[in-house]
Design a protein around this ligand. Structure first.
Ligand SMILES: [Zn+2]
Length: 212
């Protein structure tokens, strides 16, 4: 990973209150992105030049910079710094109730909920905030919940090489509550279990630790 990439990652994490859209992102100039928002405003039936909407294209593009900051982060790199001086710790590590905000790739609206992440270390453990950052790196992209759940689990498996890992996500999808079937309060629950988390006994232990 290049030094630039790392710095970018840090930048997106720490300047949370004032995201600046880069001049160009993935070959698209910022003014073209703003123009696309302007067209949508007009298409919706409003006047993009009226006072209240004047700065909206700029605000939307900056919001999108934040919503989709996960594309600028390499999740595996987050887990690279591990502690190996806890070789005797062989039990399950669980981080539960991690707030998660992601964006439905079908409708571009948020799905919001919580993620629970567990693993059983095999010599290496990682700082707990790092697990939350991996959740964030994958969720701040266009996603479907099933893929998001698996990606987090797979990333932990391949970088930490634990005995096993499990991820459970419970989320409410705004594409179901504010449009389509209009069913608020419905939660989708997905899970991914890899390594020894495929064993029923271990799954039971994990699920009991994340249940209220
Ligand atoms: Zn959707």
């Amino acid at each position: 990973m290049s030094e630039d990439f790392k710095n970018d990652t840090e930048k997106y994490y720490f300047e949370e209150d004032h995201y600046q859209a880069p001049e160009e992102r993935n070959g698209i100039h910022v003014t073209d992105a703003q123009q696309a928002v302007r067209i949508l405003l007009q298409w919706a039936g409003d006047d993009p030049d009226r006072e209240g909407l004047k700065d909206t294209p700029d605000r939307v593009v900056r919001s999108y910079t934040e919503f989709f900051k996960g594309y600028t982060v390499n999740p595996a790199a987050i887990l690279n710094k591990t502690f190996s001086d806890v070789e005797n710790y062989k039990d399950m590590v669980v981080l539960r109730d991690i707030r998660m905000e992601s964006y439905c790739e079908h409708h571009l609206v948020p799905f919001i909920g919580i993620a629970h992440v567990g693993y059983i270390p095999n010599k290496r453990v990682v700082g707990i905030s790092k697990l939350a950052r991996v959740v964030e790196a994958y969720s701040k992209r266009l996603q479907i919940q099933e893929a998001l759940t698996q990606q987090i689990c797979l990333c932990i498996m391949t970088t930490l090489e634990p005995l096993g890992s499990g991820v459970v996500i419970e989320a409410e999808h705004q594409c179901m509550s504010t449009r389509g079937v209009h069913k608020p309060g419905v939660k989708m629950v997905t899970s991914s279990m890899m390594g020894n988390f495929e064993e029923l006994e271990i799954q039971r232990k994990f699920l009991s630790r994340i249940s209220r």
